[in-house]
Design a binder for this molecule. Structure first.
Ligand SMILES: Nc1ncnc2c1ncn2[C@@H]1O[C@H](COP(=O)(O)OP(=O)(O)OP(=O)(O)O)[C@@H](O)[C@H]1O
Ligand SMILES: [Mg+2]
Length: 230
């Protein structure tokens, strides 16, 4: 039987009496790249944040390979399920300092060659000793991606990873994500407001509306369903 890599079961988060994530049931299989579509305030970021326990569910559950994710230490979970957001949130210091941080939590000291290899994967060769203060937005997003990849995740959660970038940097990061997802057979969930980007990257999509999962289907089907919402 094919077990989903990630499954949510009536996942909820209630804040101030309001269900911002309302009973979401979703199955994500290895190799899927699922676009999360929905208008501003629909609960897209809130849903993603629950999936690696940046926020706690108020009810319902998340399973990774059929195991309740509360059985994993949050740090272990966040290595397995990496996150890339709109802004890079790098720590002060060099690019290499940022890449070493995650593996060091597991007592692994990344060798210079491993750092170079990660930087090569994200198209930033010879950036190891650059201060993060002097990176462009696109370069910072690449470092953020390399930092996540340093943990060898099985799954990536992407919350509008290109929306703060100009068009050229956006297309470059998008191309990189495509390459990395294919080469490493990663699984992902990606929030994007850019419908063309969703069509280019994702193999299926879900539509969130007022915290609920309204529709799942191909990206085009979900975009069509969204256009019928008033
Ligand atoms: N910590 C919080 N406390 C109270 N309400 C919150 C909190 N976080 C989010 N919300 C509310 O939950 C709803 C969903 O917010 P969320 O950020 O998940 O939307 P989104 O779909 O990601 O929107 P956008 O496309 O604008 O990023 C909104 O009504 C928001 O105001
Ligand atoms: Mg959001």
């Amino acid at each position: 039987m094919n077990i989903p890599l990630l499954r949510t079961d009536k996942l909820c988060r209630q804040v101030d009496g309001k269900l911002i994530v309302n009973a979401i049931d979703l199955e994500v299989y290895a190799g899927d790249l699922v676009a999360i579509i929905g208008r501003s305030g629909a609960g897209k970021s809130s849903f993603l944040r629950l999936l690696n326990r940046l926020d706690e569910p108020t009810s319902g559950a998340v399973y990774l390979h059929d195991q309740d994710y509360r059985q994993l230490a949050p740090r272990q979970l966040r290595r397995q399920v990496g996150m890339m957001m709109q802004a890079a949130h790098l720590f002060p210091g060099t690019v290499a300092d940022n890449l070493r941080f995650g593996p060091r939590q597991q007592d692994i000291d990344l060798a210079a060659a491993a750092i170079e290899s990660l930087l090569a994967q994200v198209g930033l060769p010879a950036f190891a000793n650059r201060d993060i203060l002097h990176l462009s937005g696109g370069e910072a997003q690449r470092v953020s991606l390399a930092r996540t990849l340093a943990n060898q995740p099985e799954m990536l959660l992407l919350d509008e990873p290109t929306s703060a970038l100009d068009e050229r940097a956006e297309r470059e990061i998008e191309e990189l994500l495509l390459q990395i997802f294919q080469a490493q057979q990663l699984t992902g969930l990606m929030v994007t407001h850019d419908t063309a980007q969703a069509l280019r990257l994702a193999n299926r999509a879900i539509l969130l509306h007022e915290g609920k999962l309204l529709y799942t289907g191909s990206v085009q089907e979900v975009l069509d369903a969204q256009s019928t919402l008033c």
